[in-house]
Write a protein that binds this ligand. Structure first.
Ligand code: V55
Ligand code: FE
Length: 494
C-alpha cells in the first residue's frame, strides 16, 4: 500500500517533511560561540508525520515538531521530538492520518469525532519552569525541557476553562507574568475570547471571557505595560461553511478591523473598540504606553497575506497587497471617537519579529525581523509560502535598517534576540536564526550574529548534518534564569 506524500508545494522542496526525532551530540561549530552564551534555543513548527487524509493540506496543519539547540561553554547539542498530542497518538496507532483539514473537524475520520485535534505546532515558550508547545486552536502541551518528551496537555490544574490559548503569550519583564488569550474559546467559530493571566509562579490567576464583535483569526495580540489590545481583522471563521466541508478561514474584503483596548486592571466589559478599513494583521513587534496614548508596532497588509486562504469575493491572491509592512498604530485614549493613526515605518516586505525581551511592553528602540529582499535571488520557500532571504535589524528611533543576506536557496528562521548580559543596554547582544539551506547536499545551520552588527555576518555557524524543516516560532531560555526583576530602567532607551 502506497503511503507517499503528494508532490505538492506543502510537501516538496524546502517543505519536504523531515519527521526526524533524534539527537546529535556536539555539533560542528565554525567560528567562536560567546563564552557567556549558555542556554536553550527551542523552536516549534509543523512537520507532517503522515500523508494528508484529503490528498493535500496546508503547511500550518502539520504535526508540531519541537527542536532544541542547547548551547554550553562553546558547544551545542541538538534534539528534536514530536509533540505527543492526542491527534499524534491516535494517528500513530493507525499509522495514517485520521484528522482532515485545518481546524475543520467535519473532515475527520468519524472514529476520532470529539478528540483533541490540536497539532501544537506554532511556538515553544518557557514560563515558571515549564516548557510549552502552543497552537491557537487548543490548550498548551507541556514538554520536558531536557528530553522534549510530552508531559501532557496543560490546563492549569483544571482552572483554564477556555478551549484555546494563543501561541503568542506575552511576558511582562517586571511582574514575571505570562499574559495570554484564547479565541474561539468556547468552541469552533465561537466569538468567545478568554483573557488569561498566569502569575510568575505558573498559576492561572485570571480568566475572563468576553464576546468579540466577530470571530477572527486573532493569531497575535498586543500587551503594553498598562493595556491589552485585541486586534480582530478580516479573516473570519464560520461554522456552517465548515460543516459543508469548506475552509476554517476566509478573507472578507469588506470586513473592517475591530481593535479592542482595555486597561490591564479593568473589567473586560470596559473594552473599547476601534475601527480600521479591511486588511491583514500579522505579528506584533511590541506595544507601549505614552501618556494617554497606546502605541502598537505590528505588521499589516492591505489584503489577505496568505496564499492558502481564499478571498470571499473570489479575487486571486495579490502579492503586493499581501505584503506585510511594519506599522505603528497610535491610539489616543483621551479622544472619544473610534479612529486612530496608522503610520508605515518601513516599506520592506518584513515579518517574524523579535525584540529585547527586557523591553517588551515598554518604550523601546530595537527590532529584529526576517525580510524578503527582492534585490536578491528569491529562490527559497518556507512555512507560509514565503522564503525569508535576509535578517534585519530596525532601529525605530533613527529609521535605520541593517541587513544580513543569508545566501542563495536559503530560508531564514525567525530571529531570536539574547541580551549580552542582564545589564547590557537594550539591543546589545546576540541574534540567533536557523537557516534552511536548499542546496543538493542540504543541511541546516544555526547562526549567531552580533545584534548591533548583523551585516558583518555570523560570529559562529553551528552546522547540522541534515536539513531540518522550517519552524514557525521559538524562544531562548538562559541556563541561569536572571532574577525576574533584573530590568532596572523600564523604557529608558525609548
Ligand atoms: C499562523 C500560523 C499558524 C496558525 C495560524 O502565521 C496562523 C500565522 C502555524 O500555525 O495556525
Ligand atoms: Fe505566529
Amino acid at each position: 500500500m502506497s503511503n507517499t506524500f503528494p508532490e505538492t508545494p506543502t510537501y516538496t522542496g524546502f517543505n519536504a517533511p523531515r519527521r526526524i526525532e533524534g539527537e546529535v551530540f556536539d555539533l560542528e561549530v565554525d567560528g567562536e560561540l560567546p563564552a557567556r552564551l549558555n542556554g536553550s534555543f527551542y523552536r516549534c513548527g509543523p512537520d507532517p508525520r503522515f500523508a494528508p487524509r484529503l490528498g493535500d493540506d496546508i503547511n500550518i496543519n502539520g504535526d508540531g515538531m519541537v527542536t532544541l539547540f542547547r548551547i554550553k561553554d562553546g558547544h551545542v547539542d541538538f534534539r528534536s521530538r514530536y509533540v505527543r498530542t492526542e491527534k499524534f497518538r491516535l494517528e500513530t496507532m493507525a499509522r495514517k492520518s485520521l484528522f482532515g483539514a485545518y481546524r475543520n473537524p467535519y473532515t475527520d475520520d468519524p472514529g476520532v469525532a470529539g478528540r483533541d485535534r490540536t497539532t501544537a505546532n506554532t511556538n515553544a515558550v518557557f514560563h515558571a519552569g515549564r516548557l510549552f508547545a502552543l497552537k491557537e486552536d487548543g490548550l498548551p502541551h507541556e514538554l520536558d525541557p531536557d528530553t522534549l518528551e510530552t508531559r501532557g496537555r496543560h490546563d492549569y490544574a483544571g482552572k483554564m476553562k477556555s478551549e484555546t490559548a494563543t501561541a503568542h503569550p506575552k511576558f511582562d519583564p517586571q511582574s514575571g507574568e505570562m499574559l495570554s488569550h484564547g479565541y474561539e474559546a468556547r468552541g469552533l467559530a465561537s466569538r468567545d475570547v478568554a483573557l488569561q493571566v498566569i502569575a510568575r509562579d505558573g498559576k492561572l490567576v485570571r480568566e475572563d471571557f468576553f464576546i468579540a464583535p466577530y470571530c477572527s483569526m486573532m493569531h497575535d495580540w498586543a500587551v503594553s505595560a498598562g493595556h491589552f489590545i485585541f486586534p480582530l481583522w478580516s479573516t473570519t471563521a464560520d461554522e456552517a461553511r465548515m460543516r459543508q466541508g469548506g475552509p476554517h478561514w476566509v478573507f472578507e474584503a469588506d470586513r473592517d478591523l475591530a481593535i479592542g483596548i482595555m486597561r490591564r486592571d479593568a473589567d473586560v466589559k470596559d473594552i473599547r473598540w476601534y475601527r480600521l478599513p479591511p486588511g491583514g494583521v500579522g505579528h506584533i513587534l511590541n506595544a507601549f504606553d505614552d501618556g494617554d496614548r497606546v502605541c502598537v508596532d505590528l505588521f499589516i497588509s492591505a489584503r489577505n497575506q496568505f496564499p492558502f486562504i481564499q478571498n470571499s469575493d473570489g479575487a486571486p491572491f495579490d502579492r503586493e497587497r499581501a505584503t506585510p509592512r511594519l506599522t505603528r498604530w497610535t491610539f489616543d485614549l483621551s479622544k472619544k471617537n473610534d479612529r486612530f493613526e496608522a503610520r508605515t515605518c518601513f516599506s520592506d516586505f518584513m515579518e517574524m519579529p523579535a525584540t529585547d525581551p527586557r523591553y517588551q511592553l515598554h518604550a523601546y528602540r530595537h527590532g529584529f525581523t526576517a525580510i524578503v529582499d527582492p534585490s536578491r535571488p528569491l529562490n527559497a520557500a518556507g512555512t507560509i509560502g514565503v522564503g525569508w532571504n535576509t535578517i534585519a535589524h530596525v532601529d525605530l528611533s533613527t529609521g535605520r535598517l541593517e541587513r544580513y543576506y543569508a545566501g542563495e536557496k536559503t530560508t531564514c528562521g525567525e530571529p531570536c534576540f539574547i541580551p549580552r548580559s542582564p545589564f547590557a543596554p537594550e539591543g546589545d547582544g546576540y541574534l540567533l536564526s536557523v537557516l534552511i539551506r536548499g542546496d543538493v547536499d542540504s543541511h541546516s545551520e544555526l547562526i549567531v550574529l552580533d545584534a548591533q552588527h548583523i551585516a558583518d555576518g555570523p560570529m559562529a555557524t553551528v552546522r547540522l548534518p541534515f536539513r531540518i524543516r522550517a519552524a514557525v516560532h521559538g524562544s531562548w531560555v538562559p541556563a541561569a534564569q536572571p532574577h525576574p526583576s533584573f530590568r532596572t530602567e523600564p523604557g529608558a532607551a525609548g
